[in-house]
Design a protein around this ligand. Sequence first.
Ligand SMILES: [Zn+2]
Length: 324
Amino acid sequence: MASSTTGASSAAALPDYAPVPKSAYGPALNAQGFYVGRVERNLYWITDGSYQCAFLTTKDGVVLFDAPPTLGGNIQRAVDEIAAADGVSNKVTHFVYSHHHADHNGAASLFNKNVIRIGHEETKRLLLRDNDPTRPAPEETFADRRTLKIGGERIELAWRGTNHSPDNIYIHFPDHDTLMLIDIVNPGWAPISMCNLSEDIPGYVAAPAIALEYPWKHFIGGHVGRLGTRDDIALHQQYMADMDASIRKALVSVDPTPFFQKYGDNPWAAVSALFDAWTDAGAAPIIEKYTGVIAAADVYTRSTVFWVMESIRLDLGFASYVHP
Ligand SMILES: [Zn+2]
């Protein structure tokens, strides 16, 4: 009883945030905690409200794209449900990795028997390096582009440079009007910490424009409880562009002098306080503009501003000071 009392008082002490716009949510989950729905024709998506993966039913078997561990055993349940309804095979014959991260593919080993695994060559290298038994390395790899033709269906895989991770690929379904691109845009929602925990920020910022070069109507982003639209991508691009402008303004308008005056003998304290001041100044107008427009803008914008600010300084060299 003591622990539940402690839990209640701790929860009450946590901060409140702006309400999540209804449009950010997707369909209701079933009793097992997932939703499976048709994207178009024989392409389906599965969500638990936070993570997404996709599968294609074909006359030769099922092609699965990603296996998030939070969905885990529900992936095969979803496939079984659809295959039974459509009267097709429920056997997963091919597995495609979007990228190597465990949060999207830590259930890959559930599909281990007689499955052909396909991924980018960097995905293979990273999975061999990290040696996690839940994510067996793909046997079939590609460098730039690869067209899969499985059971009469066409899937276009492309690596267009590093972004969220070094190996993150574009998965285009030209005959299903759909693009799958993971961990770049969370439709209706702000990116989580530091641009969805991305490694290459110029690549991350450029990715949505590449996504829009493809023809598609449906977007599978890998996160949140609903699919995306082209308007969701455009809104995300505006959010990131406004953030970039706001950060540049903060970097040239916050005066670093007082931080170094106060912490003259401890430069790390000065830098820490200056980073905080830049981040707060850059984030404030973005939080103001996007709260109520993009869900959790008030939760996560500050973290993403910090990471984009460091990229603008370190990758782009903006506001860099050369000693005379
Ligand atoms: Zn990732």
